[in-house]
Design a binder for this molecule. Structure first.
Ligand code: ADP
Ligand code: MG
Length: 391
């Protein structure tokens, strides 16, 4: 079965070290890895003060760094092309374009937080599919943040991890210019293996929800539709603006404080539907936590179905490829499936009895071919641990 493989951490660490040597003709001093994620449920709820329930993937981004004795900053991805080159003193908002903004933005945010950094050379490499709704952007940010901290010898304790979450969010929103919430950076830096992470954005608290899929005979299947969502990031910002308009109209700080009854009174029909999704989705996160804890997988499946319908009809962030993936997976034996991530493309997640895995993957592939869609790619989301310094 042609799954996107996560790769072995030891091998990817060595590959990254080798790439660093090829690009810069010197040795990396610190290397860190940070996972991508798939969100089980709770979409667009993070920036509404709500709940999310992501799982860290075994797929990760690796960042290798070495200090320089000048203020120059060079950034390379894999072995493609010349490194981006600038200085560590000039990578703040508006100063860097393209993907290097995620890296420069992190270093800027760390320095804003009082962490002294030298000029450095950076190479990133990894197995998180880009733009697939699996948070390659946060994996990139968090790997660079941890590698930079490893370089200057900061101990990676809980306090530092929380500081890095905040710095990586600033990098993404203020420098890379993607107005996302904090879910992706939180799960990448705070994940616990064999568990999902319940994050409450009302008070930024989080805690693991054990997820022993294999002993339940289940596999978490992620299908990347390969409809790239980065192209339509304006849709994300527009949803965020609708949510803010709803909160303003209701006189609440965030939609976390709204109820279905209060939302029903919103006069703007579109804003009302957007807010309905958020309020019901936050409730569904709690329902899934309870169902997972009780081992009631059928209930998880029902809530996934309701969540997908809400994103398709009320929040309008699905697309034909995601709808087809979800419908086909369930027909072929998945217990539940839903689109996941910011939407407008990207990936779907399905809870599949392991003996039905091949059948589900095949059915989705056939359905895509019949619809004339580009072939999707699949990966298995084994709930994995948090970002770490690996060398
Ligand atoms: P997602 O986070 O779901 O993968 P985003 O649109 O948020 O999608 O982020 C994808 C972008 O992040 C890419 O277009 C690229 O700019 C950047 N990126 C992430 N990982 C890498 C990498 N390893 N090398 C270069 N750019 C990367
Ligand atoms: Mg992203």
């Amino acid at each position: 079965m042609p799954f996107v493989e996560p790769g072995r951490p030891s091998e990817l660490t060595e590959e990254t070290r080798r790439l660093f040597r090829e690009v810069y003709d010197g040795d990396a001093v610190a290397i860190a890895r940070a996972p991508g994620r798939v969100n089980l449920i709770g979409e667009h709820t993070d920036y509404n003060g709500g709940l999310v329930l992501p799982v860290a993937l075994p797929h990760a981004t690796y960042a290798a760094v070495a200090a320089r004795d000048d203020r120059v900053l060079r950034i390379a991805s894999g072995d493609d092309g010349e490194p981006w080159t600038g200085t560590i003193d000039d990578v703040g908002p508006g100063a860097v374009d393209g993907w290097a903004a995620y890296v420069g933005g992190v270093l800027w945010a760390l320095r804003e937080d009082g962490i002294e950094l030298p000029g450095m050379d950076v190479v990133v490499h990894g197995t998180v599919p880009l733009g697939a709704g699996l948070s390659s952007s946060a994996a990139l940010e968090c790997s660079v943040a941890l590698a930079a901290c490893g370089l200057v010898g900061l101990p990676v304790d809980d306090d530092l991890r929380h500081r890095l979450v905040a710095a990586c969010i600033r990098a993404e929103t203020q420098v890379a210019g993607a107005p996302t919430g904090g879910m992706d950076q939180s799960i990448s830096l705070l994940a616990v293996a064999d568990a999902a992470l319940l994050i409450d954005f009302d008070d930024d608290s989080s805690g693991p929800v054990p997820l022993h899929l294999s002993s339940a005979g289940l596999t978490l299947l992620v299908t990347d539709t390969r409809v790239e969502h980065a192209l339509v990031d304006g849709g994300y910002a527009a949803r965020r603006a609708d949510c803010e308009a709803a909160a303003d109209a209701l006189g609440v700080p965030t939609l976390r404080s709204a109820t279905l009854e209060s939302v029903a009174g919103l006069s703007d029909e579109r804003v009302r539907r957007r807010a309905t999704h958020i309020v019901t989705e936050i409730a569904r996160v709690s329902e899934v936590v309870d169902a997972v804890t009780a081992g009631d997988w059928a209930a998880v499946g029902r809530v996934f179905a309701a969540s997908h319908a809400s994103m398709r009809d009320d929040f309008e962030i699905s697309c034909p490829e995601l709808d087809l993936t979800v419908a086909t997976a369930v027909e072929a034996g998945a217990i539940g499936a839903r689109m996941t991530g910011g939407g407008f493309g990207g990936s779907a997640v399905a809870l599949v009895p392991t003996e039905r895995l091949d059948a589900v993957v095949r059915a989705v592939d056939i359905a895509f071919a019949a619809a004339g869609f580009r072939s999707p790619q699949h990966l298995v989301a084994e709930p994995s641990g948090a970002a770490e310094v690996v060398a």
